[in-house]
Design a protein around this ligand. Sequence first.
Ligand SMILES: [Zn+2]
Length: 400
Amino acid sequence: MTSPARWPLHPPPSAGEALSSWLTRIAAAHRLRLDELLADNLGTYTFDVFDRTTGGLDITPPRELLVALEQRTGRDRHELWGMSIAGNVPWLLDDLEPSDDEEAFHTYVRQHHVLLTARERPARLASPWRAWLPREPLRRACPTCIAGPERVPGLTLVSQLPLTLSCPRHGCYLESAYGSLDTNIIWVDGHAEPRPAPPAVRAMDQRSADALRVGIVRLPRRDVHAGIWFRMLRTIIDELSTSATHARTHAHTLREVWASIEQPIRGGLSVWRSFELLDWSIQQRLLEAAAAAIAMIEDGTIRAPGTDGALFLPAPHRPADDGRTPRPIADSTRTQAEPIDYWKAVVDSFNEVVSLALADPAQAELLYRFVSSGPGGPNNARRILADIGITEYASSQNIP
Ligand SMILES: [Zn+2]
């Protein structure tokens, strides 16, 4: 039995590229349309890109498709899975299917509080609901990525979601496009001169990019897991959608944030609807306001009374040792007698992390993400973790 033939041309995906974008580029390289490539060139398996019941290439690609693509391109199917939204569950969203359970919204959006206290946030009825996925995928690209000297091809997965406004590589706004083939793109407004995004927007989007890339976001107080970052960001958006009447004593905070981007409170939203169902124009305003709010907390312009607001403030000041204040005897004795063995500390820490990962799938996932950022990538990371008996973590279970 011979193995299925590779397609003659299969350019590598670019960083963060969506599965549909990469396959469209491969199809174009063979002078085919995407639907033709997947209908007639996968052996006995066929995939209908027009069939809405399949979940779509970028939402949840079927396992059979990923296996066929692995055979035709040589790219690991786990890597291809990561180019879809499903490959980012549960960090980005809890569930791919819109949930009728009223608790789904509450669980994602109401666990954290930043700009308002819990009692200042009105009850919302949002069902069916799922986080971040708009009614139709956005089509956006970075003009500098496309036209600059690097000429990064394709559209990223995250650019399809109302989650970021700018390109983390160049700091300019992502611009709407009708579609792209490689670095040929049709912009909605006919041309796209790069527009630099404000520092607050760039900082917020960089954190979201870090969350998707390495699973950890650096905040002033401490590092937080990607899952917490996306839920806090969604929380801030929900808080900024709150009316002055509900925000009560902190309505002035919301007004200050909105005024900083020259918008009325709630960005002009008259009747509340969940962020995911709003028009892109209002979603943009809410993302701009979220970025402004975070920057204003960090520079002390506004106070964040919610329980998680302190994460955006620097850690409490600890006075540095001036060298003259006598140390406790035990401490000074240890320092003189036992110089710190940093390698021993590394080994001890690693052993501790392995123990945690064996007991807790969330810790195992963090370890997996750390190891997979090194040489060998995800496959090597899975092998290393399996060798030490760690098999229970989200990225192992999500794989089709
Ligand atoms: Zn760019």
